[in-house]
Design a protein around this ligand. Sequence first.
Ligand code: TXA
Ligand code: MG
Length: 338
Amino acid sequence: MISTKLLSCCEKDFCEAGEIIRSGGTVIFPTETVYGLGANALDDEAVKKIFIAKGRPSDNPLIVHVSSFEDIYDYVKEVTDNAKKLAEAYWPGPMTLILKKKNIIPDNVSAGLDTVGIRVPGDKAARDFLESCSVPVAAPSANLSGSPSPTTSKHVIEDMMGRVDAIIQGKDSLVGVESTVIDVTGEVPVILRPGGVTPQMVKDVCGEVIIDKGVNGVTDSEKPRSPGMKYRHYAPKAQVILVYDDKFDVMVSKMLEVVKENDEKVIVLCSEQSKSFFDKLNFMVVGDREKPETFAHSLFDCFRKCDELGYKVIILEGISDDGIGLAVMNRAIRAAHS
Ligand code: TXA
Ligand code: MG
């Protein structure tokens, strides 16, 4: 057990957090996507502590966070045209760019790959923290490996007290799902993980975009381009059944008959639009299905609440995969698969 200091978003505490990072410690910090668990990205001993705190497999690479675009030239060999265009358009923001790394980035950050994922977060508190560190900060999502990413300081405290040196308690994450991971090493940008920056947004800037076919999970025989894709992810402890159909309410009523017979604790996670069908059942509203950003914002929080309440089965209403809906459905599909 480590003694974990609780810090807030003020200049004095950012200075203290920066000091902890520079001396090889671990700090959890808020970002607009999800909370991150950071350590000095240039110090491989510090980086090891991240993997230990999370219980994360060491072949899954980490994202390096910096406070401004210019910083990335110190850590990557070449900033491609697509990288420049995307950075100009969407940084600071919920987007990670994969580029060829310089040797200064230790192998345990990149998990032995010759590339590194790099991001300038949109959240001002995140950038103030990064600036006070004056070193790049490697950070995965600050959850225990396998559980949903934390989007509130409460989630972080539940998962990580006693496992890190400090936690900066900030606002709830605005976006609520992790950043879009885009490989920009080649001619055409390839989305490896959907997020707040949508395929259309990438296309608008680069003219073309490919969504990697491993995005919603890969089979054992395939080698994923983003190692994180092969792991159990985003899942609550409860079993998730994802239902995506025009007749969502009809399907769910039928399913509930079946599950009820097995006497399991079941809850429906649904949209504002369909809640009236479930008023005699356990339900929780995730968001408005016409506004996918509301689903993104609350999905992980709802997963955690269902676990807290002891539900064993979650029936989740799917939404259209337009815009950030693609990221929502990606997390939903992966939670359901595991
Ligand atoms: O929004 C986010 O991206 C959050 C916040 C804290 O910034 N971070 C985050 O990190 O979600 P993590 O470690 O939970 O997810 C990083 C994902 C993994 O799926 C990993 O495999 C992929 O990015 N990744 C990292 N570096 C990569 C690389 N060099 N090539 C391919 N994929 C990479
Ligand atoms: Mg993660």
